[in-house]
Ligand binder design. Sequence first.
Ligand code: 5GP
Length: 179
Amino acid sequence: MSARDGTEKMLFTAEQIAARVRELGAEISRDHAGSDSLVVLCVLKGSFVFCADLCRAIDLPLRVEFLAVQSYGSSTKSSGDVQITQDLTRPIEGEHVLIVEDIVDTGLTLSFLLGLLKTRNPKSLEVCALLHKPARKKRHVDIDYLGFTIEDEFVVGYGLDHGQKYRNVPDLVVIDASD
Ligand code: 5GP
């Protein structure tokens, strides 16, 4: 048995992802140069690997916070009915906040999160997403830092799951998840 059993094709190798994450980290470090109050907000669970790598690619003082969301629907389609299952433990009022998301698909999850976090009065609120699937967009959201734009395929690995499996596959791979 292997962690990647059932996967169909390679989308981005671990090396390609690492190179892109380094670029994103450098861009974020440049844009926030001089700042000493960046809050990196990791949206669990899918972003945990990306966020761990991204944080180490950002050469600025920062703190990391975690937020867990659950979107009800089928295993592969967000319904837009998003709930916070684990909230922040500290306020973000007056802070520069960078939301780190694994993938923006319909945009429903992120637009819910942006709406919620704005009510907590951060100084600024930006988004860094590893992947974007524009084909399925239902709600427009501005992505300030984006890893890769992809086709309408179901992607797993590098933290992303299907039924909680595949998060430990180091590459981003496609599976047939039609349900
Ligand atoms: P949205 O609300 O933008 O439709 O969906 C965002 C969430 O749906 C993501 O954070 C992720 O959990 C899940 N999702 C959407 N597309 C994919 C995909 O291709 N692979 C995986 N593993 N999850 C996805």
